[in-house]
Design a protein around this ligand. Structure first.
Ligand code: CP
Length: 301
């Protein structure tokens, strides 16, 4: 792979190999020689906490030098384009870029402008894709529920329409053969394209949760939302918020995931987010391992 832009159409053996390698990193494997002498840059045109810092740590654990580019304090504020920014940093000898952008397709467009031998990793573009989040979510599910995804019943709940995480999770779940994928949210927050093909779609959260092994909650993305898509935050919480009472509809050993950042009290209550079934901080930990696997696969010589 020259770049990692999406999990869509990533062959199953490649996906499983990345998960297997990520698991070894999660178990403590370290390879500081893999990227020794190489420089990578986190090129973020949108805010981030988890993705940027875990990529930084992952690259450092593989021996790379890491440059952090922050759009708000960069020459983009003087009008420099994203493409010129990439080419400028590339001219310094940087060969790996971890890129986040608000526009769908922006990372693919930058990848097309990169020199041969430069690798771009999509760290989230618009609503399209967040492939390393999809990887770390699958790693977390696999650790909790085993690798027989055909037996897995999973519910993805909330603002699917604006969620690049949901799209990458759906791509990966389908590739791994998940047997029962349910998607739940208000009609105004569900996509009307092929995103939900093969899923059971419902606006009834209780029905979506019935007997599931895993609940993947999504952040209500108010920054990407036109006014009026949800009636009110109170109504949204009542209808689509995951509380411990609601979670009792899922299997007794069901696990709860959320990519973060959370809107506590809106899509998820504190007792669920911080409760025994929550894997939210496990997801964060797995993010470092999953990103080590991706960086190694794309950049190690
Ligand atoms: N899950 C995720 O992408 O979080 P950040 O926006 O903090 O990177």
């Amino acid at each position: 792979l020259p770049h990692l832009l999406t999990l869509e159409h990533l062959p199953r053996p490649r996906l499983v190999a990345l998960l297997d390698r990520a698991q070894r990193f999660a178990d403590g494997a370290d390879d500081r020689a893999a990227l020794a002498g190489m420089a990578v840059c986190t090129l973020f045109f949108e805010p981030s906490t988890r993705t940027r810092l875990s990529f930084q740590l992952a690259a450092q654990r593989l021996g790379a030098d890491v440059l952090n580019f922050d759009a708000s304090s960069s020459s983009t504020s003087k009008g420099e384009t994203a493409r010129d920014t990439l080419k400028t940093i590339e001219a310094m000898g940087v060969r790996g870029f971890i890129v986040r952008h608000k526009d769908d397709g922006a990372v693919a467009a930058l990848a097309a402008a990169a020199d041969p031998g430069t690798a771009l990793i999509n760290a989230g573009d618009g609503r399209s894709a967040h492939p390393t989040q999809g990887l770390l979510d699958m790693l977390t599910l696999r650790q909790a529920k085993g690798d027989d995804f055909a037996r897995l019943k999973v519910a993805i709940v909330g603002d699917v329409k604006h969620s690049r995480v949901a799209r990458s999770d759906l791509h990966a779940l389908r590739t791994l053969g998940a047997g029962d994928i349910r998607v739940c949210g208000p009609a105004s927050l569900l996509p009307d394209d092929a995103t939900l093909d093969g899923c059971t779609v419902t606006a009834d959260l209780d029905a979506a949760l019935d007997g599931v092994d895993a609940v993947m909650m999504l952040r209500l993305q108010r920054e990407r939302m036109a006014e009026g898509l949800v009636a009110s935050l109170d109504d949204y919480h009542r209808d689509y918020g995951l509380s411990s009472a609601r979670l009792r509809r899922a299997a007794r050993d069901a696990v709860v995931l959320h990519p973060g950042p959370m809107n506590r009290g809106i899509e998820i209550t504190d007792d669920v987010a911080d409760g025994p079934q929550s894997l939210i901080l496990k997801q964060v930990a797995n993010g470092v391992a999953a990103r080590m696997a991706v960086l190694e696969a794309l950049l190690a010589r």
